[in-house]
Design a protein around this ligand. Structure first.
Ligand code: SF4
Length: 350
């Protein structure tokens, strides 16, 4: 428990009802903006207002601090900082750059990018008891589609089929969250990957009254713009740190610049919020991936994040086409990675 409190004090405070989830304060923070202005102009407004907002953010405590944001008076138009983020997320769909694939397609006009996601489709939603101990039960909302194409995907029936599942209106999802609230410890946005559905998620939050912390469960291949829009929305990043270099990312997940993007975004995530990092050990990738990834975490994030070194690898999807990952992980390989993480003094999920 002590390790959890060291890395996740704000998350624990929200669970104890000592704080609100962060997005709630955004909904009470007034901003004047003209939604017809360009993305760049609105992003400039966003950055300035967000910086002011963060200066006063300790006021988000529901006890022991002032309630400055919570009682902020709305302007005539009733626009809030969350509305501004929502407007910006919508504009990003015109020439999609939600993730670093930067497809540039107009998703509002039926054009599909590499992830293939158009309208958000939910493949399942339920109380998940299989996540890290500090998260369960977790109200997990699985979107179809993913920004990665991992050849060993353990979830390929969802991630590689973006049109599977069902469309639910934002109000329906907000109601589902309200219904799960008494039993859940958090709302866990996942897939596939949630990135392609940022606008939808912000829309749900704009009409949700939930007091559950918001978890962004992602491969972290987001653009900087998308990361900025998540700032002060997300309470806890639950990330996958898969590879220790960009070559393995390109070969096994079909993405460019894996290392540069993922390390940048982990730094941004840690500055914004609290973080649990998952690292799935892959067969024959302990030296090229597990050790460099764990080294980087140790040197840059240290004990301030929780790290889950995972042994669940199974050769699924197209893994049989890649000889080194075509068999299950050996116990000795997992132990080598796990012991290495231990030797670095990381804050490990047991
Ligand atoms: S979210 Fe999808 S469409 Fe948008 S840039 Fe990423 S892969 Fe392309």
């Amino acid at each position: 428990m002590e390790e959890i409190e060291v890395a996740l004090p704000d998350y624990i405070s929200v669970l104890r009802k000592e704080r609100q989830p962060r997005f709630k304060a955004l909904k009470a923070y007034s901003v004047d903006f003209d939604p017809t202005q360009s993305f760049d102009v609105l992003m400039e407004v966003h950055d300035k207002v967000l910086s002011r907002f963060k200066d006063g953010e300790p006021a988000r405590r529901t006890s022991g601090g002032s309630e400055k944001h919570a009682v902020a008076t709305l302007n005539k138009s009733g626009q809030t900082l969350l509305d501004l983020k929502l407007a910006l997320a919508g504009k990003m769909l015109d020439s999609c750059r939600l993730c670093e694939r930067r497809c540039g397609v107009d998703r509002t006009n039926g054009q599909k990018g590499r992830c293939g996601v158009l309208e958000p489709r939910i493949s399942s939603e339920f109380l998940h008891f299989g996540e890290e101990p500090e998260l369960v039960p977790s109200y997990t909302i699985f979107f179809s589609g993913c920004t990665f194409e991992c050849v060993f995907c353990q979830n390929c029936d969802i991630s590689q089929y973006p049109s599977r599942g069902e469309y639910f209106a934002p109000k329906v999802v907000a109601d589902l969250i309200a219904r799960k609230e008494p039993s859940a410890r958090n709302v866990n946005w996942v897939g596939g990957d949630p990135t392609s559905n940022l606008e939808f998620i912000l829309e749900v939050l704009s009409i949700s009254a939930t007091n559950l912390p918001q978890v962004w469960n992602s491969n972290m291949y987001l653009t900087e713009e998308t990361m900025k829009l998540l700032d002060c929305v997300i309470d806890l990043y639950l990330t996958d740190f898969k590879y220790g270099n960009s070559n393995c990312g390109e070969r096994l997940s079909k993405v460019k610049d894996y290392w540069e993007v993922i390390t940048r975004n982990h730094m941004m995530a840690r500055e914004q919020a609290e973080v649990i990092i998952r690292h799935l050990v892959l067969p024959h990738h302990v030296d090229c991936c597990s050790k460099p990834a764990l080294d980087w975490i140790s040197q840059n994030l240290g004990n301030g994040v929780r790290v889950n070194v995972m042994a669940q690898y199974r050769p699924m999807y197209q893994a049989s086409d890649y000889p080194e990952i075509s068999k299950s992980l050996k116990t000795a390989e997992f132990l080598e990675a796990r012991n290495y993480a231990f030797s670095l003094g990381l804050n490990l999920v047991e």
